[in-house]
Design a protein around this ligand. Structure first.
Ligand SMILES: *Cc1c(COP(=O)(O)O)cnc(C)c1O
Length: 370
């Protein structure tokens, strides 16, 4: 198989990151977000790894993602973060023993119209300030009444989502936590507040019965100015390509589409076999850092569909065939994301099916699953 673009996922890093999460939230149960194909890392191998490591639950966005995991014989509880969209989905969710996050009364009505025999597991999501999904806090008494009139439902708990947890000086987070707690004062049911930023940025404040990390499990930081390694996390995915050409040009030569890069002096330009059709955003213009054979290089000019051009002035020893590192432990994805004006989340989810995935377990034997 071609080794043009390879994503090497180290499952041991994912286990390490789960341990770090547990260390920061002692006593809390962990619901690991594996939506969007485990943030581009591969839902099934990641879920298997987390299941074997004893994760308490997995979270996905939608029913299709949950079914993929059940088809792969994942038995861990799975939560549908966006709930259900139709009676058909509700039936499937009951049959597959999925936990449904209810966000609105139309979903409550849909479940109440189902046969009483269906074994429904539900969370209620409260809107404490994110203003996207969730019941207003004032609906809590009505929701308690819903639970009382549906004694057959298995109630998983109350959750809310933080809007600004990555901003350490924003009072919004503390306000959301206090309002959520106050609205539920004295009521039974598990509580869940923290995503990765809540867990890492507001350790004790946001910790409740359940934490819901996503990004942190993949070894990246949601906190600006910090990378995963700063927080004790290990990047799980290493994205590599190959140098397929190296040429010398005169000062003034224009490189690539639009001649968008002009060589300021006589210099070497390299070409790596990776482009936006692999998930390297076109917004990663000149200047973005890359490693070629372990030496620093920078993207020069526009990212094209299948290739990027590189300024090799700081990589004099680079030769055709060298490994080109786009991101990984030696070059955190957060840095590349910052250059593209985006987040590691989007880089991860943007990897396309042209990328070859290789799974390794640095703590044990090598696995090739996809
Ligand atoms: C995706 C998601 C998470 C995980 O978020 P990270 O920022 O990746 O940790 C947690 N909770 C909800 C409701 C989500 O949608």
């Amino acid at each position: 198989m071609s080794d043009r673009v390879t994503a090497t996922v180290d499952l041991a890093a994912i286990r390490h990151n789960l341990r770090q999460v547990r260390r920061r939230a002692p006593g809390a149960r962990v619901m690991a977000a594996v939506k969007a194909d485990a943030y581009g890392h591969g839902a099934v191998p990641v879920a298997r790894t987390l299941e074997a490591a004893g994760v308490d639950a997995l979270a996905v966005a939608c029913i299709e993602e949950a079914l993929t995991l059940r088809e792969a014989h994942i038995r861990t509880p799975i939560t549908l973060l966006e709930g259900i969209l139709s009676a058909e989905e509700a039936n499937l969710a009951a049959y597959e023993r999925l936990q449904i996050v209810l966000n609105d009364f139309w979903q409550v009505q849909l479940l109440e119209s189902m046969p009483a025999s269906a074994s429904l597991q539900v969370w209620f999501k409260l809107d404490s300030g994110m203003h996207r999904l969730g019941f207003p806090l004032s609906a809590v008494p009505r929701l308690s009444a819903v639970l009382e009139r549906n004694p057959g439902w298995q109630f998983c708990g109350w959750m809310t989502h933080l809007a600004c947890a990555d901003e350490m000086d924003n009072p919004m987070t503390q306000r959301q936590i206090e309002d959520f707690d106050a609205a539920l004062l004295g009521l039974p049911g598990a509580r869940s507040i923290a995503n990765s930023a809540g867990l890492l940025g507001w350790p004790s404040a946001a910790q409740r019965d359940w934490v819901r990390p996503g990004l942190a499990l993949y070894g990246a930081s949601p906190l600006p100015g910090k990378v995963g390694l700063d927080l004790g996390l290990q990047p799980a995915l290493t994205l590599t390509s190959r140098l397929i050409a190296r040429r010398d040009y005169e000062a003034g030569a224009g490189i690539g589409y639009g001649s968008a890069y002009r060589c300021p002096e006589p210099m070497s330009i390299g070409v790596a076999a990776v482009g936006y059709a692999d998930g390297i955003h076109r917004s990663l213009s000149s200047g973005a850092p890359i490693l070629v054979g372990g030496q620093p290089a920078r993207i020069a000019g526009r990212v094209s569909m299948d290739m990027i051009t590189l300024d090799l002035r700081e990589a004099p020893a680079a030769v055709v065939g060298d490994e080109v590192l786009l991101w990984g432990a030696a070059l955190p994805a957060e840095l590349l994301a910052a250059h593209a004006g985006t987040l590691a989340y989007e880089l991860f989810c943007g990897l396309t099916n042209r990328v070859r995935f290789r799974y390794v377990d640095s703590a044990g034997s090598r696995l090739d699953l996809r």
